[in-house]
Design a protein around this ligand. Structure first.
Ligand code: MN
Length: 285
């Protein structure tokens, strides 16, 4: 199932013929208080799935380009992200060393970091650059959406805790401030275009991940290149903090990250998960 949140926080199922409104099957749906209903839907999805699928069958398809897509998890308890979870080639390493000095550590040494949930936007919103004079990079990432509370979960059990997947961008202002601040500006975590449940992704550790900047292919990797795979990331992170339904784990970015500028168009794609197109603009000062 592909679950989208759109327009006034309505919920839809994406199928080949378009978007089917299933809002009536979502318990506790309240567009004036969108913080909770998708978290409940994810936590209770096994029980809710028949009603959601029935509602999808009963509602007409509408075109996806006629709606505004919002983040498929509007208000997660947290966004946890992996720094340096792909082996760096010489060019990317030199680029990073020019900003941060020697790059000798990866996710195994650095651990995970947090991004503010308020940095989320959907595929229908622009990325806003807060400081047009400072380098601000795109990073295309596979996002893992947690399905059940997870604490001290072994890697052997970890995939049971995955609800689904989405495409994420981990946008980053370069500089000397704390990493969590540089990655937490509003609009710095585009997530979408929808949430694809885990049963639709047969090999999450072998998905092509690509990003185009103004039509040029800039990132072309595979989740097979991750240093810590999805199960290991869940094991590692759940030893630190309880993961809750709807929590987002952004799994790191392959080589090719680079700067954004006002007026750019970014396309980010993860095989079997989705593709989203985002515009970039400078903040009004
Ligand atoms: Mn990242």
């Amino acid at each position: 199932v592909k679950l989208a949140v759109y327009d006034d926080y309505r919920v839809g199922v994406v199928q080949d013929d378009g978007l089917h409104d299933v809002t009536a099957a979502i318990p506790g749906w309240d567009p004036s208080w969108p913080q909770t209903f998708m978290l409940r839907t994810i936590a209770d999805f096994a029980a809710l799935r028949p009603a959601i699928e029935r509602a999808a069958t009963d509602s007409p398809a509408r075109a996806l380009d006629g709606v505004k897509l919002l983040p498929p998890v509007p208000c997660p308890n947290k966004i946890v992200a992996a720094p340096t979870n792909y082996v760096r080639g010489a060019v990317q390493r030199a680029d990073l060393e020019s900003m941060y000095g020697p790059q000798t550590r990866n996710v195994r040494d650095l651990g995970m970091f947090l991004k503010a949930p308020s940095s989320l936007v959907g595929a229908g919103d622009p990325i806003v650059l807060p400081y047009p004079d400072r380098r601000t990079d795109y990073e295309a990432e596979l996002a893992v959406i947690v399905g059940q509370p997870a604490r001290h979960v072994s890697r052997a059990e970890a995939m049971r805790y995955v609800f689904g997947y989405a495409v994420a961008l981990d946008v980053t202002v370069r500089g000397g401030e704390e990493r969590s601040q540089r990655k937490s500006y509003d609009t710095f975590t585009p997530l979408g275009p929808w949430l694809t449940t885990a049963d639709e992704v047969s090999d999450p550790d072998g998905l092509a991940i690509r990003l185009w900047l103004n039509g040029d292919l800039r990132q072309d990797g595979s989740t097979a290149q991750m240093i810590l795979g999805i199960a290991e990331l869940i094991e590692y992170t759940s030893d630190v903090m309880t993961l809750y339904p709807g929590d987002v784990i952004s799994t790191g970015t392959p080589d090719g990250m680079g700067p954004l500028a006002d007026g750019d168009t970014v396309i980010a794609e993860v095989e079997a998960v989705g593709r989203m197109t985002l515009r970039v603009r400078a903040a009004a000062r």
